[in-house]
Design a protein around this ligand. Structure first.
Ligand SMILES: CC(C)(COP(=O)(O)OP(=O)(O)OC[C@H]1O[C@@H](n2cnc3c(N)ncnc32)[C@H](O)[C@@H]1OP(=O)(O)O)[C@@H](O)C(=O)NCCC(=O)NCCS
Length: 174
């Protein structure tokens, strides 16, 4: 569990019953225009198939009703099927629009790093738009370095966009 968990927030494993809230929060992030090239959140089936089971977490408000308690989530996919990259994952982290800026992203990322390291995953990577200042700051504080800026990597609404490639190489998985 992260040491700096914000008050009034608990982190637990993501469950099937969280699906609707997870996808709603995903869409809220997409709607910022600075979270993803995607314009719509996937279905739960697509999400579930793409994300590793063992390292999915939600942040919840323990005082809220189940069904309206999820404040944010984090999950990851493998970057490659090649066995040399078995310990390399790419993650996504999304916080509900009303809950951003309270340290919840940092708490989820800390839980995710602990979980992946305990499972022998050595590198976490992420692609972040240069305009996404909160995400760049969140990741820098969690020990991610900027590998480089991938220029005009994809087109979104007719505009080419750069993507900052970030990675965190675990100091404990050797
Ligand atoms: C990016 C995101 C996950 C960050 O989560 P969060 O819970 O809001 O972030 P935190 O409160 O943990 O803050 C992490 C750091 O970012 C900083 N930060 C947060 N919001 C910020 C903002 N709007 N502008 C500048 N810095 C900001 C915080 O100050 C903190 O740094 P600090 O400890 O030095 O103060 C969240 O804003 C979000 O869900 N955005 C929409 C979806 C998205 O972009 N996901 C990432 C895709 S790569």
């Amino acid at each position: 569990m992260p040491r700096h968990q914000p008050p009034g927030v608990a982190i637990r494993a993501m469950e099937r019953r969280d699906a609707d809230q997870v996808l709603t929060i995903y869409q809220q992030g997409i709607d910022t225009g600075n979270a993803s090239f995607d314009t719509t959140a996937p279905t739960w089936q697509e999400f579930d198939a793409a994300k590793l089971d063992r390292h999915r977490f939600v942040a919840i408000d323990p005082t809220a009703e189940p069904g309206s308690d999820v404040l944010g989530w984090i999950a990851a996919s493998r970057v490659s099927d090649r066995c040399c990259y078995a310990g390399v994952v790419e993650h996504s982290v999304y916080i509900a629009s009303h809950a951003r800026g309270r340290g919840i992203g940092a708490a989820l990322l800390a839980a995710f790093i602990a979980s992946t390291e305990a499972d022998g995953i050595w590198t976490i990577q992420a692609g972040v738009f240069p305009e996404n200042t909160p995400s760049l700051r969140l990741h820098a504080k969690a020990g991610f370095r900027t590998v480089g800026i991938r220029q005009r990597l994809g087109r979104m609404h007719g505009r080419w966009r750069d993507v900052v490639l970030l990675e965190r190489r675990s100091p404990v998985v050797l």
